[in-house]
Design a protein around this ligand. Structure first.
Ligand SMILES: C[S@@+](CC[C@H](N)C(=O)[O-])C[C@H]1O[C@@H](n2cnc3c(N)ncnc32)[C@H](O)[C@@H]1O
Length: 328
């Protein structure tokens, strides 16, 4: 990894404008469902990222977990690789009904610098807890920072600027301060690794082995790149969720970190619980305050009450799995 921004070729963009209020009148939920469906079809057609803009005044809607744009009139902008055949993508999108026959669409190219600036401008060195610093790869770290993760998220989620990630990083910092001696260094799963920020932080804080999984190949690539840039690639394995969950026997680790949305956390509960060793920890993030009770209910089979931390509207739950050694 170098100081230059990644992906120096231009991207292709496809923009289409929709009046959601006219098409999905019933509720905010149906508007959100329509956008989710459009996003899924765009990803199926090869999009690498999808952004939703308010067509009235065009503020950028950052794709944060749990947030759904509910503007009546939106622009959906999809980003494709420079070498993607747009003819093929457009045929697929027409076929799926995402683009109508009479619909005006805009195709353009976008210099990579424009795309990367969105995260680079907001991404400054940050400290989490007592020792853990995260800084962009283009910023030289201060020699006084005890533990440093240098990060380039590429197209994946996770710089530490979002509260859901920050909560996990603070938990990791505290956990590492109280972790076992080096002879018994813990194992970790980062479920929904995005940029790999949590996986790399866990490795830098002393984890012996980290499995980082995501259903998005861009995320696996970003995690691999960030692991290499931070000199911890030997302790981080990236793999798709089916390879991890379908593994027999299921690997059991000391810490499972899952910063994904409340609904997938609820659906994945039995499988995530299965990944934790007795005495281990299960850290769940990406949960809105209003969703906390539902997530706790899905994990009720775990002993005791989870440790609960919050940042704004976001909550992080850390469960101890049965009795035994605790790292926190
Ligand atoms: C909010 S981001 C978190 C990224 C990073 N771990 C962090 O803390 O910033 C959630 C990530 O989980 C992935 N994800 C969501 N649902 C998933 C699932 N069911 N299986 C695997 N990955 C999933 C997404 O692709 C995304 O990269």
């Amino acid at each position: 990894m170098t100081d230059t921004p990644p992906h120096t070729t231009p991207w292709q963009t496809l923009r289409l404008t929709r009046k959601l209020a006219a098409e999905a009148r019933e509720s905010d939920a149906s508007q959100a469902a329509m956008l989710e469906w459009m996003e899924a079809e765009l990803f199926d057609a090869g999009a690498l990222a999808v952004t939703v803009l308010d067509a009235e005044d065009h503020p950028l809607n950052e794709p944060l977990p749990g947030e759904q744009p509910l503007w009546p009139h939106v622009i959906v902008e999809a980003l494709f690789a420079a070498d993607q055949s747009m003819d093929q993508a457009l045929i697929a999108l027409h076929h799926a009904g995402v683009i109508r026959a009479d619909e005006h669409i805009e195709l353009d190219t976008l210099a990579d610098q424009v795309w990367t600036r969105a995260w680079m401008d907001d991404f400054k060195p940050m400290v989490f807890g007592e020792r853990l610093w995260v800084c962009p790869t283009h910023t030289p770290p201060d020699p006084d920072w005890p533990v440093v993760v240098q990060l380039d998220p590429g197209l994946a989620f996770g710089t530490g600027t979002h509260p859901t990630t920050a909560l996990c990083l603070r938990w990791l910092d505290q956990w590492a301060l109280h972790a076992s001696p080096a002879s018994d260094r813990p194992t970790v799963i980062d479920f929904g690794c995005g940029s790999g920020i949590l996986a790399v932080a866990a490795a830098k804080l002393g984890a012996q082995r980290v499995w980082a999984t995501d259903h998005d190949d861009q995320a696996l690539r970003a995690t691999q790149d960030n692991a290499e840039a931070n000199g911890v690639a030997a302790s981080i394995e990236t793999l798709r969720p089916d390879a991890l969950i379908g593994h027999t026997p299921i690997p059991k680790v000391d810490v499972v970190l899952a910063n994904i949305l409340a609904q997938p956390l609820i659906e994945l509960a039995p499988r995530l619980i299965d990944l934790v060793k007795p005495g281990g920890q299960l850290v769940l993030s990406g949960i809105l305050t209003t969703q906390t009770a539902a997530v706790k209910a899905a994990y009720a089979s775990l002993d005791g009450h989870p440790q609960e931390t919050a940042d704004g509207d976001w909550v992080c739950l850390a469960f101890a799995h049965q009795t035994g050694c605790h790292y926190n």
